[in-house]
Design a protein around this ligand. Structure first.
Ligand code: SF4
Ligand code: MSK
Length: 637
């Protein structure tokens, strides 16, 4: 077993310190478990093992020998494609379930049954009109109700086989036609996921080509029954983000305050924690603290950062290390990307691990069931538990790395357009598009996704982003890589110094016009995983403005350090949009040359986009730039 040094596990000095502290404190963390797991199963990595029925598990010889078929007769292509479809359906399911909760939340708020409001009435009306809900003469509550009904319809079988409202209203008609022609246009979020599970069970679909296309369909389900719908409803209830300055890294924790981390994905509870952390400050002071310091981890972290400037403690791989500081009094979690190990790590300190969601259980954690109707009471209970835990701190175990970086967030599409309007109030997209045409902005790159123990955390995303901005690309970020790029200093005005001359001048002009006191950051934080929809919206807006297809834009997507199933389905959506989609590793499909070829080659002819796998950030950057330049040349710019 090889043991990687801390600097080979994470590029960040604060996390490196905590890796060492964890070792000294005798704590087992993800990197230890990763090393203990080596060598990982080669069959699994290639995607050629199957246990979709109880005759299995079956596994195929990767070298072309025997066994070449599973017991039922499935070959490597079928097994790989079925596995990938299950992964994709898993990813799409998480976002659909999340988005579905947002519909329920808006309804409860509208009916006065939950302590939330319709915060962004303009967005409510804009979304309603976009999806065909009439607004004139209606109260905001009525519009919200009708909008919720319209959203529910996207989760119900459509007998007329109509496309999803959230899909049809969000993309140019050309995309809808293309997806229809290819046979991947979905009509009902829930049905498609159910069907994918059925299709991949023993004895149903054995056609690897058809199965691979179903993966592409899962990308659309994820994007339009999940991401886009969820973002719309969250903005309506909590407000559409606007630029906000904050800070990132474990140094945001404060030794003399009650430290609470919110972690997971769904912002209903975390919004209330933000409110009650403020209101219960006096109780924290009575307990001997100077106040309450809230921080965020993973995508809940991104949500509260985007809307309230709550500092980022870190990404997926940071969660255990936030506890290892010994200064985190409570880590409050809901769903997705929460490590089951948190309780074991917390047991070495005084940290309370608080689960809150009905499907987010963890043995040994304190469970405080969160319900929208009792959101205020639940949030108070949680904050008070953290205050109680503060009293149990073990001072000799406290070590907060003195590392934090300025970071900006809150760049919704609306906020970006407002910022551009300071340059051209009548035609805000014009300055962006003109600078793309002029080459000052060489290309637009959406960087999304996670961090993954198999990579050095930040080891691909940060150098890749640095090289791309140096070469003139503007980067839009969502998900956990935002935390990594933020703490690397790429999301603050100073980072513009690393941009190409042309890009830097554009950023400076936008910064000056908006009186930011410096240039706009070259890496714009658009939010959580769900907020990746915003990256898509921006590309759609630019393509529409230019009158071209999304696939014709000098643009690309990248998920350099993908980890979750969600990253796979989001990547499939990016490909569906027509983007070259870089990923740092293949999603366990190398065991089928056919499926690999479909994903990395054939899809381009069908939908315009394709996957590109590369773990070397420099090679990836050069390939993305070559792609962007090819698109520029084709546009004659
Ligand atoms: Fe084996 Fe076929 Fe069953 Fe999979 S479905 S476990 S390949 S027999
Ligand atoms: S939290 S899915 S590790 S981005 Fe959205 Fe981060 Fe990836 Fe989870």
């Amino acid at each position: 077993m090889t043991t990687r040094k801390p600097e080979d596990k994470n590029i960040d000095p604060a996390i490196q310190q905590m890796i060492v502290k964890g070792q000294q404190d005798g704590v087992t963390v993800c990197y230890d478990r990763y090393e203990a797991m080596q060598p990982q199963c080669g069959f699994g990595e290639l995607g050629i093992c199957c246990r979709n029925c109880l005759q299995g598990p079956c596994r195929i010889d990767p070298f072309g020998g025997e066994p070449s078929h599973g017991i039922c007769g499935a070959d490597a292509d079928t097994i790989v494609a079925r596995n990938l479809l299950r992964t994709s359906a898993g990813g799409a399911a998480t976002h659909c379930d999340h988005a579905f909760e947002t519909i329920e939340m808006l309804l409860l708020a509208t009916e006065g049954k939950a302590p939330y409001q319709i915060t962004d009435v303009d967005k409510l009306k804009a979304v309603a009109e976009r999806v065909g809900v009439k607004t004139s003469g209606k109260s905001k509550e009525r519009i919200a109700h009708d909008l919720a009904m319209k959203a529910y319809a996207d989760y119900s079988p459509s007998r007329e086989n109509k496309p999803l409202s959230w899909l049809e209203s969000s993309v140019p008609p050309e995309r809808v036609e293309t997806w229809k022609k290819v046979g991947i246009l979905p009509t009902d979020g829930d049905l498609e996921i159910r069907r994918a599970m059925h299709e991949t069970s023993n004895g149903v679909d054995h056609d690897p080509v058809k199965l691979s296309l179903q993966c592409a369909k899962m990308g659309l389900i994820d994007a339009y029954s999940g991401l886009k719908l969820g973002t719309d409803f969250q903005d309506i209830v909590f407000g559409t983000p606007r630029p906000v300055k904050t800070s990132a890294n474990l140094g945001v924790l404060q030794e003399d305050k009650v430290n609470i981390a919110v972690h997971g994905h769904i912002p209903f509870l975390s919004e209330k924690i933000v409110e009650w952390a403020r209101k219960l400050e006096p109780e924290a002071k009575k307990a001997g603290a100077k106040g309450i310091q809230l921080c965020g981890i993973c995508c809940t972290g991104n949500e509260v950062l985007m809307r309230h400037g709550v500092p980022s403690a870190g990404n997926y791989l940071t969660q255990e290390f936030a506890v290892i500081t010994g200064a985190l009094d409570a880590i409050v979690v809901d769903v997705q990307c929460v490590m089951p190990s948190l309780v074991d790590v917390a047991n070495c300190y005084h940290t309370k691990v608080i689960t809150t969601h009905e499907i987010g259980g963890m043995r040994g954690a304190t469970h405080i069931p969160f319900a929208a109707e009792t959101a205020d009471e639940d949030a108070q209970k949680i904050v008070r538990l953290a205050i109680e835990a503060f009293k149990n701190r073990i001072p000799e175990k406290v070590q907060i790395p003195n590392v934090k970086t300025e970071m900006w967030g809150g760049f919704s599409v609306e906020a970006i357009i407002e910022a551009l309007a300071a340059l051209d109030a009548k035609d805000p997209l014009k300055p962006l598009v003109d600078n793309i045409k002029a080459g000052n902005i060489r290309g637009l790159v959406g960087m999304v996704g996670c961090d993954n123990t198999r990579f050095k955390d930040g080891g691909i995303s940060v150098p890749l982003a640095e090289e791309l901005i140096k070469e003139g690309c503007l980067i839009y970020v969502g998900g956990c890589c935002a935390h990594a790029l933020g703490r690397a200093g790429l999301m603050c005005p100073d980072a513009a110094a690393g941009a190409s001359d042309g890009l830097r001048a554009v950023l400076q002009a936008i910064g000056d016009a908006n009186k930011l006191g410096g240039p706009l950051p070259p890496v714009l934080h658009m939010g959580s995983c769900v907020d990746n929809s915003r990256v898509g919206d921006l590309l759609v807006a630019v393509a529409n403005y230019l009158g071209v297809r999304i696939q014709d834009l000098p643009a690309a997507a990248t998920a350099p350090e993908l980890m979750h199933e969600k990253a796979v389905s989001i990547g499939e959506w990016a490909v569906d949009l027509g983007l070259l989609t870089h990923i740092g590793m293949a999603p366990f499909c190398g065991g089928s040359g056919l499926v690999t070829k479909i994903l990395t080659d054939d899809l381009e002819g069908l939908v315009g986009g394709k996957f590109y796998v590369e773990s070397d950030p420099h090679v990836a950057a050069q390939t993305i730039l070559a792609h962007i330049d090819k698109k520029r040349a084709a546009l004659g710019i």
